[in-house]
Design a protein around this ligand. Sequence first.
Ligand code: SAH
Ligand code: SF4
Ligand code: F3S
Length: 469
Amino acid sequence: MNLPSLQEARKRSKEKTEVVYLNQTEEKIVDYKKYFLRTYGCQMNVHDSEQIKFILESLGYMETEKLEDADIVVLNTCAIRENAHDKVFGYLGRCKHLKESKKDLIVCLGGCMAQEEVVVNEIRNKYPYVDIVFGTHNIHELGSLIKNTLHKQDIEVYSIEGKVYENILYKRDSNITAWVNIMYGCDKFCTYCIVPYTRGKQRSRRSKEIINEVKSLVNKGYSEVTLLGQNVNAYGKDLEEELSFAGLLEEVAKTGIKRIRFVTSHPWDFTDDMIDIIAKYDNIMPYIHLPLQSGSSRILKLMGRRYTKEEYLKLFDKMKVTIPNVAISTDIIVGFPGETDKDFQDTLDVVNYCKYDNAYTFIFSPRIGTPAAKMEDNTSLKVKEERLAKLNELVNKYSLEHNKELLNKEVLVLIEGISAKDSTKLYGYTDTMKLVNVEGSKDLIGKIVKVLITDAKSFSLDGKVIQNK
Ligand code: SAH
Ligand code: SF4
Ligand code: F3S
């Protein structure tokens, strides 16, 4: 048994990150058994789940969408806000029920919640039927944990700064677009955020490994890669003699992959070089997710974001001027401790200035162990909810305006599949990450096609295919 420790998770040493080359071979241990996997949180977790799927399927499990049919349940969890927790505990309740009639059911909890001391204490005390708890640092061990399960609770979570694993095998969800990790962890320690504790220190992968992975995806016929990291602009800063993010982007662009995007950007590490490279290469998508968090310089300081409102706007303007037709999206937190009406108005002012293409908005959620959780907070939930509603109204207005600008225009869309809402339609994304629904034959899936936009809503566009590229 290895338990997580908040104190250990906080540590940052100067030691060089170890690179470990995995030799992931799982032998088949079951026949005709099924797994149920739920993934919460960010793209990093979505990609980790592709690793989890590879392990489960190598062991012989097949995926089911029905919890009741499962022989093994894996919850890949997120710790970013309290409501992410609630959903997971809800599922655990259902598992308890299921286990009463299915004694051999294996229940596993992984991901960022598993890295939290408070959560693991609760699992130990109140959820004894959870068989395996594994963290973000040892996903590759899941196969052996399952093989060795004694149906007695086994907790294997490491609060370490972390290593870089290479040769990870994935069962990718798509054969058109792929996630590529370029770095792990985060050293920014924004005062509200749990990620530096759940994911460890910033560790960049060697550029050689990243480029090789992208090249192999190109050879397999993938059209798009998303470079993943909590703060991609800081790529390489933890390594000696490594490329910067601008250099890495350029090398990835030269592999000839049709589309490249990247998440998430931190304004503090965004350099002019990066903006120039994005503008220079046609296959780097003109789409930047640039979290603002707050428009008030006073609150930004309390958040530990390391930029002011003015610095953010200067960067924003530079992007808009340099990168033709760039789309910019953002994340905003309302109700940070001590946020006044005036601070909130500053946020609205920035939104009115930037007119974001899209924005993800949240009410501040105190995370145990982070500095902001201890800050005095006199704003009522009611006021916070009112602020959120007002912000959302504004944000949606601008999303719709941006979409309407595309009415009767021709755009290039990478068709990704059949629409979940309407099986007679296909869906895809523009290079500015706008969702487009079109009519057309399945042969178009995986292709970049020219589409005439015929209708614009707040969150999607409708269009007509006019030409295959
Ligand atoms: N690395 C990314 C963010 C990852 S978390 C970045 O630096 O922008 C995704 C978003 O969740 C954050 O941008 C923030 O807006 C939100 N978030 C993080 N912690 C939060 C908290 N304690 N309460 C509410 N929202 C939070
Ligand atoms: Fe969290 Fe800040 Fe790191 Fe983003 S940069 S993951 S918000 S600590
Ligand atoms: Fe959530 Fe962990 Fe991602 S806390 S947002 S799953 S890094």
